[in-house]
Design a binder for this molecule. Structure first.
Ligand SMILES: Cc1cc2nc3c(=O)[nH]c(=O)nc-3n(C[C@H](O)[C@H](O)[C@H](O)COP(=O)(O)OP(=O)(O)OC[C@H]3O[C@@H](n4cnc5c(N)ncnc54)[C@H](O)[C@@H]3O)c2cc1C
Length: 417
């Protein structure tokens, strides 16, 4: 790690430096600030307005927002609710996840533009004097002294700045620069698919909730966004170049072959710039920390979009990190044992969900994309899905993850400031 490569214009000192203003970073920074822990949040972009980051908030994330006293105001933003996840098969629709059966105040997935969610949490954090936000701050270097990470250097508009902190948290997502700088080893799996992401109009009488169509070489998941469908069209990994060369009309033809009832909707796709190709990745680091540095969210475990659980897991990581680290941060002494506790609480739920995502991707999704005919649910699985415990399992796992997390901190002295 470099220690002195760029002269810096200034040095800031805080208890915690959070790198990355995604769901993990904003929730952690908010929670620390409301406990009176000085925190700076560094975000590389100038705003939170980036599309295609996933716009879902699952029941457990909503419960956590509720425990933080934010759920009610969050629901004032324009949103839609997804109550069911249904797959259309040759034998008709099969509901694979029914969130209405979950025992929670929030038995649905809230579809809320992620930019609204992030900006909302940041606005709430700004009420606390211990919160600082710096946008357009691209972290490029770690400061390491005597084997301990003491902070970061970032570049903003061609000027370098330094933040010194008792703890640096990498929440900078799937391509984490901090993970790379810290030399963390990644264990990768190879998802067999990529995703084309776009929106088409939704009309009255259309199905509700989340709907998946698989088979006949197609895989498309459509999420109800009110007047629009957010579509995730699955393609075999590495096939994008070929598809792009074949042209947009070919893409539309293929989609419509699978779901002819929606043919007219896809006429709204007129140019490739309406379609984003998102490479699906999945990985985890073996150790989430080193002295003075902790990785959370996608920086620690890159999540596949299967089940749309990445945001949930990122928020849960942030809450566990805040629960565990507030006291050591207040005392000015965060040990590796404190950081290990965060990994211990979050690693197994993450590994379990990644195992399930990998299995589904390989066994079901890749197989469905190669099928010549429409997708059918095997009769044995149909029978299993009649057993209430099994029937409710997918909704529980998607909705809550494998370990429910709670906020264990009371609002600090600054609450309501
Ligand atoms: C195609 C696709 C679709 C998905 N759909 C969903 C979905 O519907 N629902 C869902 O729950 N999950 C979904 N996911 C997964 C989800 O996007 C991630 O798991 C989640 O965003 C992780 O949150 P995070 O806070 O860890 O990181 P991110 O959300 O990636 O946030 C990281 C932040 O760090 C910033 N940053 C990066 N580098 C630096 C730097 N050097 N300095 C400062 N800032 C930096 C970035 O600008 C960004 O704001 C999807 C993933 C893919 C690939």
């Amino acid at each position: 790690m470099k220690n002195d490569s760029h002269p810096t214009a200034d040095v800031r000192r805080v208890a915690c430096c959070v790198v990355g203003g995604g769901p993990a970073g904003v929730v952690l920074a908010y929670m620390l600030a409301r406990q009176g822990v000085s925190v700076v949040l560094l975000e590389a972009h100038e705003d939170f307005d980036r599309d295609f980051r996933g716009d879902t908030l699952h029941p457990s994330a909503l419960e956590l927002m509720d425990e933080l006293g934010l759920a009610e105001r969050l629901h004032k933003f324009r949103h839609t609710k997804i109550h069911t996840g249904t797959v259309m098969t040759e034998d008709g629709p099969v509901t694979l996840a029914d969130f209405r059966r979950l025992k929670t105040r929030f038995p649905y997935i809230m579809m809320l533009p992620q930019k609204d969610f992030l900006a909302f949490v940041v606005e709430e954090a700004k009420r606390y004097k211990d919160f600082q936000l710096t946008m357009e701050a691209r972290v490029e270097e770690l400061i390491e002294e005597d084997g301990v990470v003491r902070g970061v250097r970032y570049e903003q508009g061609g000027v370098w700045h330094e933040v010194r902190a008792d703890l640096t948290v990498a929440a900078d997502g799937r391509g984490s620069r901090v993970r790379h700088l810290g030399g963390f080893e990644q264990v990768k799996t190879s998802p067999p698919m990529d995703v084309l992401w776009f929106r088409v109009p939704r009309r009255e009488g259309d199905p509700e909730g989340g709907v998946g169509y698989f088979g006949a070489g197609q895989g498309i998941v459509m999420l109800d966004r009110g007047e629009q469908w957010q579509c995730a069209y699955l393609i075999l990994k590495g096939s994008y170049g070929q598809l792009r060369a074949a042209g947009l009309d070919e893409l539309k033809k293929r989609i419509v072959a699978g779901i002819p009832q929606f043919a007219e909707r896809f006429e709204h796709l007129k140019e490739w710039k309406q379609v984003s190709m998102l490479s699906v990745e999945s990985s985890r680091v073996k150790t989430w920390h080193k002295p003075g540095l902790l990785l959370i969210g996608d920086a620690a475990h890159v999540m596949s979009p299967v089940g749309g659980v990445g945001i949930n897991y990122a928020i849960q990581d942030a809450v566990v990190a805040a629960n565990t680290l507030v006291e050591p941060l207040r005392a000015g002494r965060v040990t590796e044992s404190d950081l290990r506790k965060v990994q211990r609480a979050r690693e197994w739920p993450t590994r379990l969900i990644q195992f399930i995502q990998t299995t589904l991707q390989k066994r079901l999704i890749a197989a469905a994309l190669k099928l010549k005919r429409a997708f059918r649910i095997p009769p044995a699985l149909r029978l299993l899905l009649r057993i209430p415990f099994v029937r409710d399992l997918p909704a529980r796992v998607i909705g809550f993850g494998f370990r429910r997390v709670h906020v264990k901190l009371r609002p600090g002295p600054e609450a309501g400031a």
